[in-house]
Design a protein around this ligand. Sequence first.
Ligand code: ADP
Ligand code: MG
Length: 254
Amino acid sequence: MGERPAAFLEVNGVSAGYNRVPIVKDVTIQVGLGEIVLIMGPNGAGKSTLVKSVIGELPALTGDLKLDGKGITSLGEEDRVMQGIGYVPQVRDVFPPLTVQENIEMGGYGFKGADLKEREEEVYGLFPQLTRYRKRQARTLSGGERKMLGIARALMTRPRLLILDEPTANLAPLIAEKVLQGIVAAGADQGRAVLLIEQRVSLGLGVASWGYILTDGQLRMEGSADELRAIPDLGKLFLGRGNAHELATEKAGK
Ligand code: ADP
Ligand code: MG
């Protein structure tokens, strides 16, 4: 219990925010190869902000980041992609007017010929249901299919670290489960490191092996999925939509 692989992504004491005002404060997390790591927390906790500092969209105001032991703190977004970071944003994860095939080709921008073909077949192999929609515009896909496409697109670069920001937001529970299973197949089963932000705590803990809880931009708790699942009222304590407010007012002493 609690055994983890060596860290592949290391986030050490990172603070990040907007206009130099930190939202995320002094956060330290790790993700190992073959591991699915979950970040949970109420709306506004800073989960997306943290991820933006990992992909290089936001600078780290303090702390540093390493990938496979190499410092990436000063690298821009493009260079971090080159180093093996793949990212599926919560929204704008596909180009709606383009076809499925075109979206996948965009994900493989820069790759050519047989290499490109091989990558395409690899991602269609992971999401076979996309194969028959190759010529359909992405905007005509269902929510679940569209998210699969967003993931397939991100996998074209063969990232060693795959980051997904709330991939099941707005999906029906059964579809959410299918998408998460697809992530397992596309992620940890392939030996990748996966960092997953998920509001559906029990579904998320069902696929992840380790979890972190973020509230008010700070890390509150971490543990194995089993340890976290065993905490009574975990959702009530930290995660419920209404609880963000409760925690904030409690802290302010109101
Ligand atoms: P989460 O993903 O956990 O819901 P976010 O990281 O999106 O939380 O947001 C954390 C805080 O940062 C919120 O208070 C939000 O209003 C603020 N925030 C998010 N994006 C921006 C932005 N572009 N500019 C300024 N503040 C932002
Ligand atoms: Mg978010």
